[in-house]
Design a protein around this ligand. Sequence first.
Ligand SMILES: CC(C)(COP(=O)(O)OP(=O)(O)OC[C@H]1O[C@@H](n2cnc3c(N)ncnc32)[C@H](O)[C@@H]1OP(=O)(O)O)[C@@H](O)C(=O)NCCC(=O)NCCS
Length: 183
Amino acid sequence: MTLRHIEDRDWPAIVELEASAYADCGLSEGLDALQSRAFPATSFVLDAGGAVAGYLLALPYPRFRYPDLARPEADRFDTSNLHLHDLVIAKRYRGLGLARRLLARLTATARDGGYGRISLVAVAGTAGFWSAQGYRGHPRVPVPAGYGPDAAYMSRTLVTRPHHPRKKARQWPAIAISSAGPS
Ligand SMILES: CC(C)(COP(=O)(O)OP(=O)(O)OC[C@H]1O[C@@H](n2cnc3c(N)ncnc32)[C@H](O)[C@@H]1OP(=O)(O)O)[C@@H](O)C(=O)NCCC(=O)NCCS
């Protein structure tokens, strides 16, 4: 299993995985929207022998705001808030700590890039998962119906060096990670 940045050839598999996770609850977005929310330096896949076992898409986005699922992003934002738009692990690879590995990479990338916070919208009953990963809810931040009935805006603050200037996040090399997953 390899954790690496997204390459063009990954997109058909990412779209398929996204649809398998969200089509039933009406949250699937499709290729253009997903690509528009995948900032190359802060988005990753898990490559299991050429198959996409999971992905994480994140992009700089103003605090307390979130993408409109009905349309692709039109703007790029210069902000110290990194928004984790989506994280999916293929069903057969769940429960192996892989989401945690992707999140650890995102957190390291965010710190390295000088981001002070990571935000997200928890959907499909995953608020408990995010709480366990250190994210806290902001009940006063409304989330539109398009995100589903139990969606919640959440965020975690990152400890960065004081006045550490935000810089272009670096490209990480692909790394092999171990998992006790299916062979
Ligand atoms: C949520 C999801 C990403 C978790 O992936 P995963 O690789 O199975 O998670 P991990 O194995 O890294 O689990 C890490 C921890 O979270 C816990 N966990 C996993 N899914 C959970 C859930 N839905 N609710 C609460 N806790 C959960 C695990 O038990 C584990 O706990 P531990 O540290 O005590 O062992 C995966 O179930 C998924 O892709 N779901 C569909 C898409 C989705 O809902 N994404 C989030 C949208 S905001």
